[in-house]
Ligand binder design. Sequence first.
Ligand code: GLN
Length: 476
Amino acid sequence: MRELAELLQTGQVSSTELVIACLEQIKQTDGVINAFLTVDEQGALEQAAQSDARRARGEALSPWDGIPVAIKDNISTRGLRTTCASRILRNYHPVYDATVVERLKQAGLPILGKTNLDEFAMGSSTEYSAFGVTKNPHDPARVAGGSSGGSAAAVAAGQVPWALGTDTGGSIRQPSSFCGVVGLKPTYGRVSRYGVVALAPSLDQVGPLAKTVEEAAALFSLIAGEDPRDATSAGAPAFQVPRWNAAVVQGLRVGVPEEFFSSGLNAEVEAAVRRSLRTLEEQGAVLKPISLATNDYAIDTYLTLVTAEASSCLARFDGVRYGERVAAPDANTMFAKTRGAGFGAEVKRRIMLGTYVLSASHYEAYYEQAQRVRTLIKLEIARAFEQVDVIITPTTPSTAFRIGEKRNPLEMYLSDLYTATANLSGICALSLPCGYDSQGLPIGLQIMGDHYQEELVFQVGRVVEASVERGPKVEV
Ligand code: GLN
């Protein structure tokens, strides 16, 4: 992005030209990829023209003024359709911008459009979108991952330089890993959730997806920071792109949790991650085997909490204020018909599970118990960060799977095996490509850092990135 910023600054390219190039690439590739649910051609061109005019007057709002961005379609954009990839919201136009969108506009970024996702961000493959699957640009027979599959595929396919996603249990990192791009799940509370359609408010975070670590850091710097409109926004400092310093890895204590390298992990994924770990060691890092035994309970805990919170959050989609109404003679029938017609199977499954774990007779056995285990997970992570500076693992147990391959929901949930712990404990975690398997599919490496350690995580990510060979070029 530094290159694009320089080209804009020196007048070698205009924002309008960038937006036109993106629109052209979308036209050429999105018939296959299906990364976008809405392309705002007119709006993006208008914003680009304004950006060009600002620059001509010497009044650029930021170094990135004029670089287009795409937004996951569960983040509110004023006047621009926001569907959450659900039939129930197919004609919903928010009346306000999410704080993150407002901030990107204040930095001068034209909003190119809204990207596909699993319905209400529930899923790991974007197959649960009501508007069709997003294909992986490295192999269109495979999934892009999810739930931010549209954002990851759009960046990987060169349709847009960078994009926003959301991550509740892995939804930025897993598709980043599958599509060979860089994605950050920020520390809980560091980025505003105001205007983001909640899946599970105690876990959700918005984060950047981009081609390189530096670009992801730049986009993160535009969205991070306190927001009085979000009660869970922490009083944490804003973020500035750091001065890059490869020396950070000297003496760096890298935790390598054995539980994340156990059976079920694809051998090629393991080999690539271990290769990057060795490279870090050669550059002066100290690898420390650690144990995160509670990870065995992460998926169960995550699912109990995510379904509970989702069942409550999604109650608002009932055809009264939110949701496309199906007419019926009385209110209860109207609610039932509206929700029956508007929600897909996975959403219904989670609402039922969540209602069950919150019900009076099961609350203690499931919801309360899951909260206890969550506390144990947090404590174990806190203890780990007393001994190490970062924790490195694979992002996912495998590379991108085939469309239609995972029919059983439980199999799908296992995609989050290595990612849910960061959400449950609130820490930050970055995924970046660290190689390719024998089929040319990208492999993702995850760097977890303690609360508010994004800068360190990016620094280490940049060193890993520099040691990784560029993979096969994406042909779409
Ligand atoms: N794949 C996970 C799920 O299905 C994560 C979703 C997310 O992070 N939004 O819940």
